[in-house]
Design a protein around this ligand. Structure first.
Ligand SMILES: NC(=O)c1ccc[n+]([C@@H]2O[C@H](COP(=O)([O-])OP(=O)(O)OC[C@H]3O[C@@H](n4cnc5c(N)ncnc54)[C@H](OP(=O)(O)O)[C@@H]3O)[C@@H](O)[C@H]2O)c1
Length: 295
């Protein structure tokens, strides 16, 4: 019997996407620490990071080190699930998935342990299948790292349903992280989300507000403006409420780099959308298709 991450740790339903704290345009270190502290003070306990949430390959580990410093300052280093990832690269500040070779993954995982000042990573994702490396080899190395006690739970990101099925044949996959929001609903249509539910895998939608670059487009769409007025909330809460109402094994990780975002986004838990409005969001036109090979 598999124990899911949610059962092990009682995950708070709104996770924190920490990427905006470390990429271009990032806040100062002190501002970032305040954002993380606010998240924890309000009851958040699930933070999403990656070794490549940074400016470029020379800045690797920035986000992990920042989170570690914040957790030490608030004295919560052991009570928070920090999910991190290996397998991606940031050549010249761009994004790539050429880090899935077993040796690269081992090095990345060991470096993340140092950055997070931890002896075991609660949840470690393959950031995405490396097109040059058989998925079996990448997952196989994560299994080795788990056997050595360096990883407690294995996750996988940016996967198709076929890749997820292959991975689950090799080991227990605790969480899947894919792009999912009203602009990108492929995983609801291709069976991947149903597969997660059936197999007690936590589904972690990334870019839940529309994406780092597209969130404003979604929030200012006619439908969202109408729904925000109807429910008397900011339009940013609509996507989160829509995701919560799809199932409690879905844990969105909105990117948050401002204290106010956290206070606001936690309010989405009180927002219950009518089924007719869920159907209208379901019918919203997709902008992205589920290739899941982008990071
Ligand atoms: N596995 C992967 O390959 C992958 C890829 C991308 C992201 N992720 C993860 O998923 C997380 C979320 O994705 P994301 O950050 O790209 O996109 P997102 O969550 O869809 O959008 C985040 C942006 O929305 C704005 N925002 C958040 N709450 C708001 C509020 N209440 N009111 C107004 N604006 C608000 C912020 O923008 P401003 O700062 O402009 O205000 C924030 O940067 C990331 O942080 C990262 O942890 C994973």
């Amino acid at each position: 019997m598999t124990i899911t991450l949610k059962e092990q740790y009682s995950i708070f339903p709104v996770g924190m996407g920490a990427m905006p704290l470390s990429v271009a345009g990032r806040p100062t270190e002190q501002e970032s620490i305040t954002v993380i502290e606010t998240f924890l003070e309000l009851g958040g306990n699930f933070i999403d990071t990656a070794n490549v949430y940074c400016l470029d390959d020379s800045d690797r580990g920035h986000n992990e080190k920042l989170i570690c410093k914040s957790l030490k300052e608030v004295g919560k280093i052991d009570n928070v699930i920090v999910a991190t990832k290996g397998g991606a690269t940031r050549p010249d500040g761009g994004w790539g998935l050429r880090g899935g070779h077993p040796k690269q993954l081992r090095h990345a995982c060991e470096q993340s342990l140092i950055n997070l000042s931890s002896s075991e990573l609660s949840l470690y994702y393959l950031h995405g299948p490396d097109p040059a490396i058989p998925l079996e080899d990448s997952i196989g190395e994560l299994v080795n790292l788990k056997k050595e006690g360096k990883i407690r739970n294995i996750g996988i990101a940016n996967v198709t349903i076929e890749e997820l099925k292959l991975a689950t044949n090799l080991t227990t996959i605790t969480a899947v992280q894919n792009r999912c929001n009203p602009f990108c609903k492929g995983d609801f249509k291709n069976g991947l989300i149903d597969f997660c539910k059936l197999n007690k895998i936590i589904y972690v939608p990334y870019c839940p507000l529309g994406g780092w670059l597209d969130h404003v487009k979604l929030a200012s769409s006619d439908l969202y403006v109408h729904l925000a007025e109807k429910y008397q909330v900011t339009s940013y809460l609509i996507s989160l409420a829509w995701l919560f109402m799809k199932g409690d094994y879905i844990v969105p990780i909105p990117g948050m780099d401002k204290k106010d975002h956290i206070i606001m986004n936690f309010k989405s838990l009180d927002l219950k959308l009518l089924s007719e409005d869920i159907a209208r969001i379901d019918a919203f036109p997709d902008l992205y298709y589920p290739k899941h090979l982008e990071v």
